[in-house]
Ligand binder design. Structure first.
Ligand SMILES: [Cu+2]
Length: 211
């Protein structure tokens, strides 16, 4: 019994010890918060891809190009909605384009087939208004019906509908989402598909018109 009081005889905690405990607890809580945030994002992404929790975009969708990717990586539109893609090349050094389509057109090369563009061009037959064109290297309208509001960029022939922006370039494409529901892809095929391979692509879900 004589040793009982001694085991309890710590009325004052060591202040150094509580300070370091506080630090450790803060770090653990901080890390837990970061992990939770990432986890939540993962779950969110997995949930949207598995169950199609669609955030239908109306009005303007800002699409940013960088070395090498697009932000956002997924867009959902609805047939019949009036929408604008506001495309911005954020790269300080590289040209980037944006094609929208399905499956690939292949060109043979010494290293095997190279995907040069999409086999099916989303923009075929679509009425598009291009505006605010700035630092556009060239633009291929392909089979889209294009109106130019403001400066008209250098228009070239051949291949999918695709604006190619210089570093810092931008433009707006306004159109009514055509009756082409389903899944589409967008990508940058610059430098023999290498931008695409490096991550420059995303997906578009087009929902049927509201009935
Ligand atoms: Cu690119």
């Amino acid at each position: 019994m004589s040793d009982m009081p001694s085991s309890r005889s710590t009325p004052h905690r060591n202040p150094e010890w509580s300070k370091s405990l506080f630090t450790v607890v803060s770090i653990v809580v901080g890390l837990a918060a970061v992990v939770a945030l990432f986890w939540q994002r993962q779950i969110g992404d997995a949930w949207s891809s598995a169950f199609g929790a669609h955030n239908v975009k109306t009005g303007t969708t800002y699409v940013f190009q960088y070395d090498y990717g697009f932000h956002p990586r997924h867009i959902t539109w609805r047939v019949g909605d009036r929408v604008t893609i506001s495309l911005h090349n954020q790269s300080p050094t590289h040209y980037h384009e944006m094609m929208i389509g399905r499956s690939f057109d292949d060109t043979p090369s010494a290293f095997g087939p190279i995907h040069t563009q999409f086999e099916q061009d989303f923009w075929d037959g679509v009425h598009v208004t291009m505006s605010h064109a700035y630092k556009v290297d060239n633009f291929v309208p392909n089979k889209a019906i294009v109106d130019y509001a403001g400066p008209k960029p250098l228009v070239t022939e051949g291949g999918n509908f695709s604006p190619t922006l210089q570093p810092g370039g931008s433009l707006d494409l306004t159109f009514t989402v055509p009756n082409k529901p389903g899944n589409w892809e967008y990508g940058c095929f610059v430098q023999q598909f290498m931008h695409y391979v490096a991550g420059m692509h995303g997906t578009i879900t087009i929902l049927p018109a509201k009935t």
